[in-house]
Design a binder for this molecule. Sequence first.
Ligand SMILES: NC(=O)c1ccc[n+]([C@@H]2O[C@H](COP(=O)([O-])OP(=O)(O)OC[C@H]3O[C@@H](n4cnc5c(N)ncnc54)[C@H](O)[C@@H]3O)[C@@H](O)[C@H]2O)c1
Length: 254
Amino acid sequence: MQNTDSTRPVALVTGASRGIGQALALGFADAGYDIVVTDLPQTEAELRKTADLIGRRERKAHLFALDVSDRKQIDDVTQRALAAAGRIDVLINNAGVLKPSLLQDLDEKTWDTHFDVNVKGVLMMCQAVVPHMRERKTGRVINIASIAGRQGVATQGHYAATKSAVITLTRVLAQEVGMDGVTVNAICPGIILTEMGRNNLGSEAAVRHWEDVAALKRLGKPEDIVGPALFFASEQSAFVTGQALNVCGGIYFH
Ligand SMILES: NC(=O)c1ccc[n+]([C@@H]2O[C@H](COP(=O)([O-])OP(=O)(O)OC[C@H]3O[C@@H](n4cnc5c(N)ncnc54)[C@H](O)[C@@H]3O)[C@@H](O)[C@H]2O)c1
C-alpha cells in the first residue's frame, strides 16, 4: 500500500493499542499526521480500534504487529512501514512494561523483560528508524520515560532503572544525531490513569492520596501527554534536544 499523500507527516507509535500510546496516536492524527500504529500481536483487536478511530479522523493508519524486544520484527516492520507510509517524521517510543517487585525479591526474568522492552526496545527502534531520518536531514524522536526514572520508587527499582536509562539514551542520541537535523527528547509522565497506572496504584485510596499530593489536585489522563509530544514533534521545539520533560501535574519537581 503506497501513501498517496506524501505531504502529510507520518508518526510511528509503539504500544498504540491502549493507554498513552493510543492517546498519542489519536492526538497526532487530530493534528494532521498519518500514523503507523504498532503493538504486540495479541493486542490486534484493540490496535484495529485505534486504527479505525484514526480512519474516522480522515487520516491514514498503517497497522503492524510489533514486539519491540525483537530486532527482526523491528527491522521488518520499519521497512514495511516506510514502504506503506513513504516516510517516518516522528518516532514515538511508548511501549513499556511495569511489574512491581521489591528489589530483594526481583527475579532475573522480570529484570530482563523490563530491560528488553523498555530500554533495548527504544534503542533498537532508534537504530532502525533514525538512519532514515538522518538521510532526510530531519526527524523527531520522542521517548516516553517516567518520573520514576528520576526519583526511583519502592517496588519499581527495575522499572525506574529502565526509565533512567531511557533518559540517558535520549541525551546521548541527541548529541550523536543533532548534526543531521534530528532531535531526540523524552517525556516523563507522572501517574497517568491507564491500565498500567491503575494496576500500579492498586486502590482508590491510593488514587485519592496521589490526587491530593499533586499540585493540580488530579492525576493524569492519557491525553495529557499529547500536547507535550506535539510540541517536541513541531517546529516550535526546533532548538530543543536531549531534554526530558516532566508531565506530572506537579507531583515531582526535579
Ligand atoms: N501510566 C503511567 O502512570 C505511566 C507513568 C510514567 C510512564 N509511563 C510510560 O508510558 C508508556 C505507556 O504506558 P501506559 O500507561 O499507556 O501503559 P499500558 O500498559 O496501558 O500500555 C502499554 C502498551 O505497551 C504495549 N507493550 C508492552 N510490551 C510491549 C512490547 N514488547 N512490544 C510492543 N508493545 C508492547 C502494551 O501492549 C500496551 O499497549 C510506558 O512506556 C510507560 O512506562 C506510564
